[in-house]
Design a binder for this molecule. Structure first.
Ligand code: ADP
Ligand code: MG
Length: 717
């Protein structure tokens, strides 16, 4: 048995198991070992049958008797059933579609049963996982060391996937640990580093993470893998930084006074965080190597003004050694409508300058100013525009991803800005940052709030600018957490807004379901059902449309266009659908099942309705009376910005709740690690030290191999 070998070589698998493993990304034995439990069940949480009630997730110990196979009365489905008895009572146990279970266990076997309790009059434990054990721990609190041997206190529970049970995972990992394969595991992390931070070796950590003897071992193992991940990413970042420092760029010269004069033309005074961001960016732009910086700020925090001021410094700089022409800027937007909007605002902002601005999208091209009207743009052919971009006559090119096609060549591209970067795929983003000898400066902008530890991990603090305050004078959005008894009242108020001509978003509750196919179907169903309910019961006189991720892009665009044209009044959507461009007339957002969302995500959803002169409202409908959930949601009404909410999510609910979690590409263990600022900082400083001593990690080839193999493809800019 060798770790790089295919899993099918060593395990007999049925089709559903194969599929499940594939979904989990597990192909080799090593992949299997790196698929960590999401949590551990602790014996100390064991319950007694007399104490359980419907809805509880339970671990029970007892004897299993009366096992038999039956057919259900109605559907004639085969079921296995039995009775579980402990010292306090008994409960009926059933397995649907698994009649063979009745034959698997001897009568009166002593077992551990893990499952969920259901049923009304009489309780039922359905589809529990059963493990036959030697004896029932009579009282788990006092008998941990019964007969001088420690009872296996924790056992792993793995991320769900239909077809692969935690029990299967447990036995599979045991089989690998029993082989010699485990001894062949090298540790890529240097021993001194492990010692310094008191981390277990890779092979111990693997055993501990799957079958810990106690909580401490489990934690030490997770800590080690978290460190490994953050450390590896930091090493890679440092190496990228070094490579970047070798790359040349077109340096952008303009002094701060000139920029200030330009900024003074804005009809508003910059916020101090906008000022800081502009200073940081322009000082990067003056350097000899390309900038790579992220500008983060809530929707409406004024990222465009920061972009414009720094673009100004670029287009006012002449190419090296020339006394005519100017450096060029490329500005990329995720949608055509946004590209058009930005093109128009740049026309206004830069109208007083002797420069040309171009717009390129897949449906057409424009140039400003037109020959005939100095204050207007004109349609031009794509080939004409490309010619002017290539000879440097277009100073600013705004566009969608049409901008990154190979046919688009610049004369002196010095500065690339990606707006709403989280909405581009990594591939699209990477195409822009060509790793040539001369590369442009790069500014990515995003409204996704992420906490400081995560930013440190994935970006490194040097390259991050935050806009953490909103421009003054903005009408704050009214946010209310609505308990079930207040719904009717809120619908009345929403009626008033609709009567006044406003429009409304209704976001359907977040659904968790491990099977991706089912998940999509469930979401679509919930959107359709909610739209139907609203039309029938609440807003019969208004036009209601739906938007969900199973729709084709064209259908989605049509729905958005109708909404923007005020042909529909209410748009019912899933949270996963980016509700595209802002429709300023949409001033109300209702979020159903708000307690199921992270705070940062709720904040982002709410951001869709704050671009208007009308008062905006966010109603967070909670399906719960739990004081804890309601209090958590109330943070929405008090927090100053998205970062604060992201920090709270991290503290209260853990990394899993961070909005956009997937896009960062960290593993679950890595995401967990970002709760721990000390560890992130330790990994950073350790990485810095190593790279200073040995930039290419020549003395640690295994480490270099690891970071290239596993982390090279993570790109966070
Ligand atoms: P976002 O960060 O979401 O891209 P925008 O750049 O589109 O935000 O800015 C939103 C609105 O706020 C724009 O109408 C812009 O003119 C305005 N704005 C930007 N900065 C300020 C400021 N310092 N004071 C007042 N209004 C501002
Ligand atoms: Mg913007």
């Amino acid at each position: 048995m060798q770790l790089h070998e295919d899993i099918t070589k060593h395990f007999r698998l049925v089709d559903t198991q194969k599929k499940a493993l594939k979904r989990l990304g597990i192909e080799t034995l090593e992949d299997l070992l790196y698929h960590f439990p999401s949590r551990y069940e602790n014996l100390a949480n064991t319950q007694y049958i007399k104490d359980i009630s419907s809805g509880d997730s339970v671990i029970l110990y007892g004897t299993l008797s009366n096992l038999q196979t039956k057919k259900t009365f109605k559907s004639r489905r085969a079921v296995a059933e039995g009775t579980l008895t402990d010292s306090t009572g008994s409960i009926k146990v059933m397995w649907f579609n698994q009649p063979y279970i009745a034959k698997m266990y001897p009568d009166n076997a002593t077992v551990r049963a893990v499952g969920k309790v259901s049923g009304k009059q009489s309780l039922l434990l359905s589809n529990p996982e059963i493990t036959v054990i030697d004896e029932v721990p009579t009282d788990v609190h006092t008998s941990l060391f019964e007969h001088g041997k420690q009872i296996d206190l924790l056992y792993p529970v793995y991320p769900e996937s239909k077809g692969i049970t935690s029990k299967w995972m447990y036995h599979a990992t045991q089989k690998i640990f029993a082989s010699a394969a485990i001894e062949a595991i090298d540790d890529p992390i240097p021993e001194e580093t492990l010692k310094k931070y008191n981390l277990p070796s890779r092979s111990s950590a693997l055993v501990w993470v799957h079958t810990p003897k106690n909580e401490r071992d489990a934690q030490a193992a997770r800590k080690r893998f978290a460190f490994e991940e953050v450390f590896s990413i930091q090493l890679l970042k440092q190496q990228e930084r070094n490579a970047n420092a070798k790359r040349k760029t077109l340096s952008i010269r303009l002094d701060n006074n000139d920029i200030k004069k330009f900024v003074d033309r804005f009809p508003f005074k910059l916020t101090s965080s906008q000022e800081k961001a502009i200073l940081a960016i322009t000082s990067d732009l003056r350097k000899q190597h390309p900038m790579s910086r992220l500008l983060e700020g809530d929707v409406g925090s004024g990222k465009t003004a920061v972009a414009a001021a720094t673009m100004y410094s670029t287009i006012m700089t002449k190419p090296d050694g020339r006394d005519a022409g100017n450096l060029q800027v490329a500005y990329m937007c995720p949608t055509e409508i946004l590209a058009k909007q930005h093109f128009e605002s740049f026309m206004e902002l830069f109208a007083h300058l002797p420069i040309n601005i171009g717009l390129i999208t897949s449906s057409g091209c424009q140039k400003f100013p037109s020959k005939v009207h100095a204050d207007q743009a004109t349609d031009i052919s794509r080939s004409q525009l490309l010619k002017w971009v290539e000879n440097g006559e277009i100073s600013i090119l705004v566009g969608t991803h049409a901008l990154i096609q190979k046919t688009v060549k610049f004369e002196n591209l010095a500065y690339v800005i990606i707006d709403e970067q989280h909405r581009f795929g990594t591939g699209q983003r990477q195409k822009l940052v060509r790793k040539d000898a001369i590369s442009p400066h790069l500014l990515s902008m995003t409204a996704t709030p992420i906490p400081r530890t995560l930013a440190l991990t994935v970006y490194g603090d040097l390259d991050l600018s935050l806009l953490d305050e909103m421009p003054r004078g903005r009408k704050p959005i009214i946010t209310e957490v609505v308990t079930p008894d207040k719904r009717e009242n809120v619908y009345k108020r929403v009626h008033k807004e609709l009567e006044a001509g406003r429009q409304v978003y209704v976001i359907c509750p977040r659904i968790d379901e491990p099977d991706p196919e089912k998940l999509q179907a469930l979401r679509v169903k919930s959107v359709k059902a909610e739209a139907k309910r609203l039309k029938q019961d609440i807003f019969p006189e208004y036009e209601i449309d739906i938007l969900h991720s199973k729709m084709k892009p064209k259908e989605k665009d049509e729905v958005m266009d109708r909404f923007a044209a005020y042909e529909t009044n209410i748009l019912v959507a899933t949270s996963v659908v980016e509700v595209g461009v802002n429709v300023p007339n949409a001033t109300v957002i209702i979020i159903e099942g708000a307690e199921r969302f992270g705070l940062a995500q709720l904040h982002q959803l709410r951001g869709r309705v704050i671009r208007s002169n009308h008062q905006a409202y966010c109603f967070a409908f909670a399906d719960t009376k739990s004081k804890l959930s309601i209090d958590r949601l109330k943070a929405l009404t008090t927090a100053k910005n998205g970062f604060e909410l992201a920090e709270q999510d991290l503290k209260l609910r853990g990394a899993g709740e961070l909005y956009g979690k997937k896009q960062w590409g960290l593993s679950d263990v890595g995401m967990e690690a970002i709760k721990n600022i000390k560890m992130v900082e330790a990994a950073r400083s350790e990485a810095t030290m190593l790279i200073e001593k040995d930039p290419e990690l020549k003395t640690l080839p295994k480490l270099q191999e690891l970071i290239e193999a596993k982390y090279q493809n993570l790109h966070f800019e």
